[in-house]
Ligand binder design. Structure first.
Ligand code: SF4
Length: 379
């Protein structure tokens, strides 16, 4: 299978947010240049093994890629440009923290063909931002977006989180209003999930984390979908909304169950029917590459049944759903027969619908995505 996408992980952050369970470390004292050098070497080794013709999407995530200083950023971008083949119409995304992007950094990104920025905004309420361990303010969001637009970036997205400690439905609505005032082409919004090994998890165990009720959380999701619709944004995935033509092409690669490279500490990839994860700790990741080996932690070959299961639970995240004919072309299997029981069961419950050649979540089903997805596992 031809691979057209790459994810690149920059695991450094200047501060640690209380809800975050990503693979990241404090920036201070880290061997950033060595890491970037080894990251580029990982690209070379991987592409020697599995060459790529042209990449349609590259996504630099983290951590916080924009905490790299100008020299490090240039080293990274130049190396990516040199090592990965770009399609002329590539979508090249950088995740960014509001407040991190100087004019100089924006200039570097522009020079190396980055054309999409995704900002971790989370909320426009400064008090809530502090409560979740973010160090930026709503004002910095406005300033950074303005700077990015002035530098010529128009494909911009922001992430928002709802269901934050002490957050009211009215507060979330207000955050959405502020987001719409920016009139961006893309928004993502997720419900807070308290993951193990986070500050929030420890507070929760001590009974010190006061989250909105389940009902209120569901109300916020309803508000999100209604407001997005009202402001002309198409919900194309459970948590993603865009103006036409501004869907995240990179994330669609995941939801369409296509293969992609994954470079960096803790990064995941899907290449040649194998899902791989890389070693997470930075020191070990660097050491492995210094001894001329790929930094693989785990590797699983995906069976046809697993691939079909993945097609279901990834594809159902999209509002468009699963293309019944497309499934048949890909697997030579009729999806309605193969997954008869879970589909029948979920349709009965009112969480799935089958029409016009597609299987998709109903609006009610979007609230219960995980339960629906699980029903397709281990048939
Ligand atoms: S949420 Fe983002 S900025 Fe915050 S600690 Fe996690 S990776 Fe770093």
């Amino acid at each position: 299978m031809q691979i057209n996408s790459a994810y690149i992980h920059i695991p450094f952050c200047e501060h640690i947010c209380y809800y975050c369970d990503f693979n990241k470390v404090f920036l201070k004292g880290q061997p950033v240049e060595k890491y970037v050098e080894m990251l580029l070497y990982e690209m070379q080794l991987t592409l020697n093994e599995f060459p790529a013709k042209q990449l349609n999407t590259i996504f630099i995530g983290g951590g916080t890629p924009t905490v790299l200083n100008e020299e490090q950023l240039e080293l990274l971008c130049k190396g990516i440009r040199k090592n990965l083949p770009f399609h002329q119409n590539i979508e090249f995304t950088f995740e960014a923290n509001p407040g991190d992007l100087s004019e100089e950094k924006l200039k570097i990104l522009k020079e190396y063909e980055v054309n999409r920025l995704s900002f971790g905004v989370q909320s426009f309420n400064d008090e809530l931002l502090k409560k979740i361990g973010r160090t930026h303010t709503a004002n910095e969001v406005y300033q950074t977006i303005e700077k990015a637009q002035k530098a010529g970036f128009d494909n911009l997205s922001i992430d928002l989180i709802y269901g934050l400690p002490g957050q009211s439905e009215a507060d979330f609505k207000q955050t959405l209003q502020k987001a719409f005032e920016l009139d961006l082409p893309h928004y993502s919004s997720y419900s807070l999930i308290v993951e193990p090994k986070t500050v929030f998890y420890n507070l929760m165990k001590k009974g010190k984390l006061h989250l909105p009720s389940e009902e209120s959380d569901a109300n916020m999701y309803n508000i999100l979908m209604d407001e997005m619709d009202k402001f002309g944004y198409n919900q194309y995935e459970i948590s993603n909304f865009s103006k036409p033509g501004f869907e995240s092409r990179h994330n669609l690669v995941y939801w369409n169950n296509k293969e992609y490279y994954g470079f960096g500490a803790g990064a995941h990839s899907y290449v040649n029917r194998k899902r791989r994860s890389n070693i997470g700790p930075i020191k070990k990741y660097i050491e492995k590459l210094q001894s001329n080996q790929l930094p693989i932690l785990e590797e699983n070959e995906i069976t046809k049944t697993e691939m079909m299961e993945e097609q279901m639970f990834l594809g159902l995240r999209k509002n468009e759903g699963i293309d019944i004919d497309g499934f048949k072309r890909k697997f030579s299997v009729n999806v309605l027969d193969f997954f008869y029981e879970p589909i029948h069961d979920m349709v009965q419950k009112g969480w799935l619908e089958v029409n016009n050649g597609y299987i998709r979540l109903t609006r009610e089903g979007r609230f219960l995505g995980n339960e629906v997805f699980q029903s397709f596992l281990a048939i």
